[in-house]
Design a protein around this ligand. Structure first.
Ligand code: F6R
Ligand code: ZN
Length: 197
């Protein structure tokens, strides 16, 4: 994409509203795009039959997808659950594994579930004012454990790309479910260590 006016620019990310004043791409993801991702398959099917709910939205500033650029925007994950599992993003590895990402939480309560191809895992809490650094090689998925939108501002290298397929096959090794009104991290029964390539 050619940028006629490739000059410095500014925009506001308003706090506490957690909105972005300037963007040129708005992506939406609905329940139907999360097939096979929630542990409770019956609850998922029953919810989908009722309504193909909007789960999350991304507002992006479009930039060329090349090394040297920084892609950035807002991710807005709505609250809710499928069975006992909280609403979450699809999650992905970056296609160029050796690329990192920074998240800044503006609103809501949540967790970032992360893992490496080698099977290391980490879960970090997201809350307003908290910055999360996702190092190169770590797949990442946001989970909304609260009752309002979970809003994060993200920045990552332009050439990163997104590999959704690896996660789609068996999910992350950890799930975040509600137990006695509180989030709990549990093993994903479908997950197996990845074959070494
Ligand atoms: C970009 C990134 C975020 C997510 C967004 C939606 O690399 O990590 O902008 O893209 O939170 O999640 P996914 O892409 O997993 O559907
Ligand atoms: Zn990412």
């Amino acid at each position: 994409m050619q940028h006629a006016k490739d000059v410095p620019f500014t925009f506001e990310v308003s706090v506490p509203e957690a909105t972005m004043s300037r963007y040129d791409n708005h992506l939406t993801r609905r329940l139907s795009s999360m097939k096979g991702q929630y542990a409770d398959r019956e609850a998922y099917a029953a919810m989908l039959e009722q309504e193909d709910m909007l789960l999350y939205e991304v507002y992006e500033t479009k930039r060329p997808e090349v090394a040297g650029e920084l892609l950035h925007g807002l991710s807005i994950l709505h609250p809710g659950k499928v069975g006992r599992e909280y609403f979450m993003t699809k999650g992905h590895f970056h296609t160029v594994l050796e690329t990192a990402e920074v998240y800044y939480c503006l609103k809501g309560e949540g967790m970032m579930v992360m893992e490496t191809p080698e099977g290391d895992w980490a879960v970090e809490e997201l809350r307003p004012g908290r910055v999360l650094y996702v190092p190169p090689r770590w797949a990442h998925r946001s989970v909304n454990t609260g009752t309002e939108d979970l809003v994060t501002f993200f920045v990552y290298p332009g050439h990163s790309g997104h590999d959704y397929g690896t996660i789609e096959t068996q999910g992350f090794c950890k799930l975040v479910i509600e137990e006695n009104g509180r989030p709990k991290i549990v093993d994903n029964p479908r997950w197996r260590p990845r074959e070494k390539t």
